[in-house]
Design a protein around this ligand. Structure first.
Ligand SMILES: *[C@@H]1O[C@H](CO)[C@@H](O)[C@H](O)[C@H]1NC(C)=O
Ligand SMILES: *[C@@H]1O[C@H](CO)[C@@H](O)[C@H](O)[C@H]1NC(C)=O
Ligand SMILES: *[C@@H]1O[C@H](CO)[C@@H](O)[C@H](O)[C@H]1NC(C)=O
Ligand SMILES: *[C@@H]1O[C@H](CO)[C@@H](O)[C@H](O)[C@H]1NC(C)=O
Ligand SMILES: *[C@@H]1O[C@H](CO)[C@@H](O)[C@H](O)[C@H]1NC(C)=O
Ligand SMILES: *[C@@H]1O[C@H](CO)[C@@H](O)[C@H](O)[C@H]1NC(C)=O
Length: 338
């Protein structure tokens, strides 16, 4: 009898222990499906040294570069930038490997010598991941063909494609589908212009929520500015180190009434042109015109003079312009600091 009671007590305890360990597991562990997906990623990246710790303990939420939501036990952040070395060669990414992470919010894959995606396994495969907010693909070797695979990532708020191999005219059609985008960075490519399959009259970026756009170090000339004229929420524009020359027509960007910071360094702008009715740039408080004297030309006085037309300008950066002598008092409006 006593033995029977004892064994039933032991049985109850064992059930308790199982229930406890299971709830402990889902609180602090990770899903089998996500753990095995991470191990597949590790092997597809050719077992980078950085990921050596992966697999040593069962709880993948504690692996380097992996962050989970501790309520659901699911992976929400993957920090996989700089995990491959150059000597490992080029990588074609199989994006399907990331599909199991249904709650993924942040995916960082910058500087990994990725040249593109495996055929039919591109970013269109992530179109069901409705939580994905940040995708960083900077410092890789993606070409223009990446853009057509991004149109389904409608929850994206930040997309980083700086320092890749985008060239010439890039298509706005899929980009314009990314209506949640707040931040877009194409810096350090060889892009010349935007285009659309619907023809030249429709080469506009229509990202109504976009607040920050990086186009620096590309090959844009003044005719590309017209593609930006609908970005009414834009607060920060960096189009430094491009091929802007001569008069900068601010009226063209009249819809950019929320713009606060404009980086125009390393171009050859002679002056800003705007009329009394121009509203664009009305809120601009910072303009950067460093390195605007390329080819040994002097910084045009007309350029400095035209700056007085921006009522809210508070910070002006003029580094690396070999400025000499003194400015006339025409600039002395009391709201400019050098
Ligand atoms: C974790 O997931 C739960 C359930 O989906 C959600 O309510 C909570 O906000 C998430 N926590 C974080 C920090 O994202
Ligand atoms: C890509 O990854 C998925 C998911 O692991 C797999 O089913 C598929 O076979 C892989 N594709 C290739 C071409 O390796
Ligand atoms: C654009 O988004 C819609 C719905 O959000 C989707 O049905 C469509 O396939 C997307 N287009 C592209 C080119 O991905
Ligand atoms: C500006 O760039 C576009 C697109 O590359 C090109 O067609 C056009 O000729 C350029 N305009 C000037 C003035 O260089
Ligand atoms: C500046 O752009 C506006 C609007 O596109 C246009 O009407 C105007 O003619 C342009 N001015 C110059 C000097 O190019
Ligand atoms: C500055 O931005 C506000 C909204 O943020 C807008 O209402 C206002 O018109 C803008 N100022 C100018 C001069 O355009």
């Amino acid at each position: 009898m006593g033995l029977n009671r004892f064994s039933s007590l032991a049985g109850t305890l064992m059930i308790y222990a199982m229930v406890l360990s299971q709830s402990w597991w889902s609180c602090h562990g990770c899903l089998d499906e996500e753990r095995s997906a991470l191990l597949r990623i590790k092997s597809s990246f050719n077992y980078p040294i950085f990921l050596q710790s992966w697999g040593k303990v069962a709880n993948c939420c504690s692996w380097e570069g992996v962050d989970c939501n501790f309520t659901t036990g699911r992976v929400v952040e993957l920090h996989l930038s700089r995990i491959r070395e150059e000597g490992m060669g080029d990588l074609y990414l199989n994006v399907s490997l990331f599909r199991p992470f249904q709650e993924l919010q942040y995916l960082y894959l910058s500087r990994n010598f990725i040249v593109g995606c495996v055929e039919n396994e591109g970013f269109e495969r992530l179109s069901g991941l409705d939580s994905l907010e940040v995708l960083n693909l900077g410092v890789n070797k993606f070409d223009n063909s990446i853009l057509s695979s991004l149109g389904g990532l409608s929850s994206l708020r930040s997309l980083y494609l700086y320092r890749n191999q985008l060239k010439g005219a890039i298509s706005v059609d899929e980009l314009n589908n990314l209506t949640s985008l707040r931040s877009l960075d194409f810096g350090g490519n060889e892009i010349e212009s935007f285009k659309s399959i619907h023809g030249t009259s429709d080469d506009l970026l229509r990202l109504r929520n976009l607040e920050s756009l990086g186009l620096n170090v590309n090959h844009f000339n003044d005719s590309a500015l017209s593609s930006l004229k609908g970005l009414s929420s834009l607060k920060s524009l960096d189009i430094g180190y491009n091929q802007l020359k001569g008069s900068f027509n601010v009226t063209e960007l009249d819809a950019l009434i929320n713009l606060e910071e404009v980086y125009l360094d390393g171009n050859e702008i002679d002056k800003f042109v705007l009329s009394k009715d121009t509203r664009g740039f009305g809120n601009v408080s910072l303009i950067s015109l460093s390195n605007s004297n390329s080819n040994g030309r002097a910084l045009p006085f007309a350029l400095l003079q035209s700056l007085t037309k921006f009522p809210n300008l508070r910070t002006l950066s003029l580094d690396e312009n070999n400025l000499e002598g003194s400015f006339g008092t025409t600039l002395d409006k009391g709201n400019l600091w050098y």
